[in-house]
Write a protein that binds this ligand. Structure first.
Ligand code: NAD
Length: 340
């Protein structure tokens, strides 16, 4: 039995979490979910959008599955998501973007791994209003965090049989900050002669990913570029509804979709739960349940490829729960070959 923290989040979070749990439960893996609530709705009762009990639960269980949490734009409290990653030192944000047959997209051969630094850069949130018409934000890049994330990317490449790591920066303009990230990347790359290493500027990277995504493999980026490129990569594979993610540190890990709380879909039972279910696949792999992870992944792929269920973003009419139930049903069929 695994004890795992479940953060339903807000917006579409609770409904996709409920759906993901249905699919996960069908695999037979025994999980005791410890519910931990975060977000604006809890400010009144807990005095903060990120109650300490949420952090304590993740520290205790070491693993969490998380729905998205809304961050007010422009004003209001700082991001619960960023705070969680910083607080628990979840320094690596892993965001795979892989073509799933059956999803309509301009591309049929995407297989990218985005490794985003998760603790610093402009997300440090050090901003100041200088006067009414001027504001500044400080971009922090350290050698320690840069080397750590690049090492993570290369180790991932070695362990997962990947061929190439591409470091993405804007070091021609941000000479000191991105220059430092790039210098760290070069140093680490020397230790992995078996993996091809290359560098590219972020603006060119955007164009290359739209024109020739098949030329890329593992991308390693500072925080902000990594966040933006992961939404771009989600677009290449059919949208945010199918893009999973993981936030990984030495002592804990949180698994969550790339997408946000999508307020316009809240409560409609329409949102695609696939991204969160595929995040659960990453979670199961992380805890060593490799066969179960493979079975869940296969079930998702079969359901989409065979058109057994598709939410609106994939061109279908299925509800959130119908999608999850179709995946759970598929698992029943797969269990006989996976577990025999
Ligand atoms: P979003 O990801 O919520 O939505 C972007 C677009 O993708 C919308 O059109 C939305 O309807 C669609 N979409 C997203 N998830 C979908 C799904 N599962 N199925 C079908 N369509 C889906 O991004 P946003 O609108 O920029 O952000 C909304 C809020 O979410 C903001 O407050 C933002 O700060 C927050 N956010 C949270 C996280 C997180 O919790 N990790 C991540 C990103 C954004």
């Amino acid at each position: 039995m695994y004890n795992i923290t479940l953060i339903p989040g807000d917006g579409i979070g609770p409904e996709i979490c409920e759906a993901a749990c249905v699919a996960i439960e069908a695999t037979g893996v025994k999980i005791n979910w410890e519910i931990a609530n975060a977000g604006a709705d809890f400010i009144e009762t807990d005095g903060t959008p990120l109650p300490q009990k949420v952090i304590n639960s993740i520290k205790k269980n070491k693993i969490a599955l998380k729905g998205p949490v809304t961050t007010p734009i422009g004003t209001g409290f700082r991001s619960v998501n960023v705070a969680l990653r910083k607080n628990l030192n979840l320094y690596a944000n892993l965001r795979p973007a892989k073509t799933i047959p059956g999803i309509k997209s301009r591309y049929d051969n995407i297989d990218l791994i985005i490794v985003r630094e998760n603790t610093e850069d402009l997300y440090a949130g050090i901003e100041r209003q200088i006067d009414e018409n001027t504001a500044e934000s400080i971009k922090i890049i350290t050698r320690e965090a840069s080397e750590r994330i690049v090492k993570y990317a290369f180790d991932y490449a070695v362990n997962e049989n990947r061929k190439k790591v591409t470091a993405v920066t804007k070091a021609n303009i941000c000479k000191l900050t991105d220059g430092l990230f790039l210098d760290a990347a070069k140093n680490i790359a020397k230790k992995y002669p078996q993996i091809e290493y290359e560098e590219i500027l972020i603006d060119n990277m955007c164009m290359q990913l739209v024109q020739q995504p098949e030329n890329y493999d593992v991308l390693v980026l500072p925080n902000l570029y990594g966040d933006i490129i992961s939404d771009l990569a989600a677009g290449l594979i059919g949208g945010l509804g199918v893009a999973p993610g993981a936030n990984i540190g030495e002592d804990a890990a949180i698994f969550e979709a790339v997408h946000g709380s999508s307020p316009t879909l809240k409560g409609l039972n329409k949102a695609n739960p696939t991204a969160l279910i595929l995040s659960a696949v990453l979670m199961l792999k992380h805890i060593g349940e490799n066969q179960t992870a493979q079975m869940l992944q296969q079930a998702v792929e079969n359901v989409i490829r065979e058109g057994k269920a598709k939410t609106f973003d994939l061109g279908g009419k299925s509800s959130t729960m119908e999608m999850a139930e179709a995946i759970a049903e598929e698992i029943k069929q797969l269990k006989t070959c996976f577990l025999s």
